[in-house]
Design a protein. Structure first.
Length: 194
């Protein structure tokens, strides 16, 4: 399942190789009694300054002048559409929402994914997203340290620190926490501006 998420990232530009060209991450945190959400987005933009078709290698230059080399996987459609001067833009976002659930909701893990690649003949690019929902049981609450222990559906345990004392007061042993995790990447290539 993870491979489909990686196809788009490998299809043209990996987020990690363009980290030097990133804008400052935009992070938002929202909190309500029994619920906390965080979302972060990073955008990157680089210009194609070199292409070696035989090895499917592309050189990208960021706004600061740093050049990175990227080998484009065979899964990337339309490699032959790339031109010197094209602008490659990538946007990566992650979000997590934790919701307190009273009662005995069953422990579970669910995952879904989407993948879109550029149509044949277009500039390379695409998007991928993944959503994971985990329902975990609270097995311990330590009000002195602010730590809670969660047990997941496969029996693994993890300790988390709840930094908001008001939120910690709401959590009791036996409660459930639903964790919803989303990530998405979108990559596009635009021709050089005339």
């Amino acid at each position: 399942m993870r491979n489909s998420r990686l196809i788009v990232a490998a299809a043209f530009v990996s987020f990690a190789t363009m980290a030097s060209a990133q804008t400052e991450p935009q992070v938002a945190v929202n909190s309500a009694p029994g619920k906390v959400s965080m979302k972060g987005t990073v955008k990157t933009s680089s210009t194609v300054v070199g292409i070696e078709p035989a090895t499917r290698t592309v050189w990208l230059k960021d706004a600061k002048g740093k050049v990175v080399q990227v080998v484009v996987s065979e899964e990337a459609r339309n490699f032959d559409q790339l031109k010197i001067g094209d602008v490659v833009t990538a946007e990566y976002s992650q979000a997590v929402t934790v919701t307190l659930k009273k009662g005995g909701a069953p422990l579970a893990v669910n995952e879904s994914q989407t993948l879109e690649r550029a149509p044949m003949g277009a500039k390379p690019g695409g998007s991928a997203s993944r959503e994971i929902t985990v329902m975990a049981s609270v097995t311990a609450v330590n009000h002195q340290t602010g730590a809670i222990t969660l047990k997941g559906p496969q029996g693994n345990s993890v300790d988390l620190v709840v930094q908001d004392p008001d939120q910690l007061k709401l959590i009791k042993k036996g409660d459930r926490l639903e964790v919803l995790y989303n990530e998405a990447v979108a990559i596009s290539v635009e021709p050089q501006a005339k």
